[in-house]
Design a protein around this ligand. Structure first.
Ligand SMILES: NC(=O)c1ccc[n+]([C@@H]2O[C@H](COP(=O)([O-])OP(=O)(O)OC[C@H]3O[C@@H](n4cnc5c(N)ncnc54)[C@H](OP(=O)(O)O)[C@@H]3O)[C@@H](O)[C@H]2O)c1
Length: 411
């Protein structure tokens, strides 16, 4: 039986998970691919670390040793940073290998170039693990929604932020307390900037945008906000209104232009993201034929991420390198997010209620905190006039029953 030879770059959480899964699921891989899958080499940096790798596998710190292997079919990349990763993957494609990456920062910056080079060299690229860990969102968009015209993609794409927001609400903790817990549990890095300031979700959003709409918005024009401004007071005000804060990435097509935002958003009980808690991720896709689909699951971790990589391994070995993402129609115009569209908002810190006929005051939650209906233009204007005002969009229907319920309970 012929063999598929794989090299794994990096042997941290993801690299080790992929290595162990190739061993534990070798029967399924052989049955599916009709060939045995073997790890030929592993690239590491630190030779002092003890690793559980079979003696038959070449373990090296030199990428050249890997490129010089006699047979090499697939290169799985599970290291960090844009470089030297991008260079390693370009060389792998040049050598004629399929590539699979888990590295969202590198892929957000260089994915287009890698996909084009791969097409030219007739090899495939797997990048399922770059977005939402174990949730098969890339393959859903890539393979299962070929004919559907995607109108909007929304997602909770950063498990660390979702964990912190959940802890703050459930355990009444401050942002700092919840962040420390996330670090103790290994969900957040020592420097959590990438997660809590929304950079990680931003990179994933750009990857999804390219896949769903064939291109990305101008990065400078994307509204990116993390969760560091969310206080316990805001969480409580939201809870009193029957709402939960989620850090949501949203990509829509508006008059041929892609609009993307990555920011804290409020959702009500009916919204599919309301019950997405802790380190879970979720992605909601709205498209013209099927309607709305929500996928939910583990957004990170050794085996959820290995699951994404191993399914990609099958994909790259079985599929010709057709870059569906580069050819998807842009001819979708939606009514989403028009500047003058009325939306529902929670505004907090209002000093005085202006007389503006186009703003509907739906409910006063407490002094200075209101649920209103207004266009984004009007809310921005309001925030300009009242310096300490913060405002958050509410997705889905807002149920104006909370106060009534509370009053009835008190009777
Ligand atoms: N962890 C997750 O749940 C998850 C989920 C989805 C995507 N990802 C992405 O997957 C990638 C890997 O994440 P991870 O959590 O597995 O990271 P990690 O645990 O920190 O492991 C990184 C590995 O890369 C190796 N490495 C780093 N720079 C290298 C270089 N220049 N040459 C050779 N090896 C190098 C390290 O080698 P040493 O061991 O020798 O130090 C280590 O084995 C990242 O891009 C991450 O964003 C992670």
């Amino acid at each position: 039986m012929s063999v598929i030879k794989v090299a794994i770059l990096g042997f941290g959480t993801v690299g080790e998970g992929v290595y162990r899964t190739i061993q534990s699921h070798s029967e399924e891989l052989t049955a599916t691919l009709g060939k045995k899958v073997e790890v030929a080499a592993v690239l590491i940096r630190n030779t002092q670390k003890k690793r559980n790798i079979s003696e038959n596998v070449l373990v090296t710190t030199e990428f050249a040793d890997i490129l010089n292997l006699e047979q090499l079919d697939v290169v799985v990349e599970a290291i960090v940073d844009k470089e030297p990763t991008f260079t390693f993957l370009k060389s792998s494609i040049e050598r004629g290998c399929h590539i699979i990456t888990a590295n969202k920062e590198m892929f957000a910056h260089h994915g287009k170039e890698l996909l084009e080079l791969a097409e030219e060299k007739n090899v495939s690229v797997g990048f399922e693990a770059t977005v939402a860990g174990g949730i098969p969102v890339i393959q859903t968009l890539r393979q299962l929604l070929n004919i559907n015209r995607v109108k909007q993609v929304q997602g909770i794409l950063n498990g660390t932020s979702n964990f912190i927001l959940t802890e703050m609400r459930e355990k009444k903790q401050s942002f700092t307390q919840a962040l420390i817990l996330a670090q103790e549990n290994g969900y957040a890095e020592t420097d959590p900037t990438n997660d809590v300031e929304g950079f990680d979700a931003f990179y994933k959003t750009m990857i999804l945008s390219r896949l769903a709409f064939g291109e990305e918005p101008n990065w400078q024009e994307v509204e990116r906000e993390g969760i560091t401004s969310i206080t316990s007071e805001l969480i409580e005000a939201a809870e009193n209104a029957g709402l939960r804060f989620k850090h949501i990435a949203s990509i829509t097509m508006l008059d041929g232009q892609i609009k993307a935002t990555v920011k804290p958003t409020l959702v009500g009980k009916e919204h599919p993201f309301y019950h997405v808690e802790g380190v879970q991720n979720a992605v909601n896709v709205q498209s013209d034929i099927v309607g709305e689909i929500t996928l939910q699951g583990p957004g990170a971790g050794m085996f959820p991420t290995a699951s994404a990589v191993i399914e990609d391994l099958v994909y790259v070995c079985q599929n010709p390198p057709v870059n569906r993402n580069l050819t998807r129609s842009l001819d979708v115009t939606t009514e989403f997010n028009k500047n003058d569209k009325q939306e529902t908002w929670l505004v907090h810190g209002l000093i005085h209620k202006p007389i503006t006929p186009s703003i509907t005051w739906i409910e006063e939650m407490e002094e200075g905190t209101y649920v209103i209906s207004a266009s984004s233009k009007e809310v921005i204007q309001l925030a300009k006039q009242q310096k300490n005002l913060v405002y958050f969009p509410i997705l889905g229907e807002y149920e104006r029953v909370n106060r009534v319920k509370a009053a009835l309970k008190a009777l």
